[in-house]
Design a protein. Sequence first.
Length: 215
Amino acid sequence: MVKIAPSMLSADFARLQEEIKNIELSGADLLHIDIMDGHFVPNLTFGAPVIKSLRKHTALPFDVHLMVTNPADYVKAFADIGTEYFTFHAEATPHMHRLVQEIKSYGMKAGVSLNPSTPVAMLEDIAADLDMILIMSVNPGFGGQSFIPHAVRKIKKAKALFDYYENSNGVVEVDGGVNLETAPLVREAGADILVAGSAVFGAPDRAEMIRSLRG
Ligand SMILES: O=C(CO)[C@H](O)[C@H](O)COP(=O)(O)O
Ligand SMILES: [Fe+2]
């Protein structure tokens, strides 16, 4: 069964505590948290202090997606908060191996995210060490964009890479434009975790939407 990770980016920021509780009660598996620095992507969201204040209000595992230029600067802060997955972008650092080891040394799971134009092959020599490959199915920076169909092939390639290296911890997550129309395509391709922001937070019945996305 695939897992659903609603993206907090589409929540009502004035009522974050209620929104997170509502998502948990609606059956979400993880809380996807988009950290943007206005540099790696042309948008700003929230930082560790805001996320820390939410930790005591939910038992959902935190799935942190860092769209920042210097991801290594934030490892300790998110480890201290209590983060399940710390996912950085392959395009943001030439030192993926070092950063993955550091993330793991803090007891977090390490993920690498790929922009739509970055090939899965870039992860060939780090896949054995990864807990997650996050395939971006939109250009990062904003919620509510349209799904880029090419992501379906990349999900299959990421699954094959984990299989080749016999990495049974490795999960493939897909992020961007996931809705009732595109969810069957990414489930079929083998995605383990579906991120959905606008589809879940914009649904009249969020629990029903989460169930439907799971298929
Ligand atoms: O990382 C992201 C954007 O950079 C978000 O997680 C993603 O866009 C989710 O929003 P939606 O489901 O509305 O596309
Ligand atoms: Fe994201």
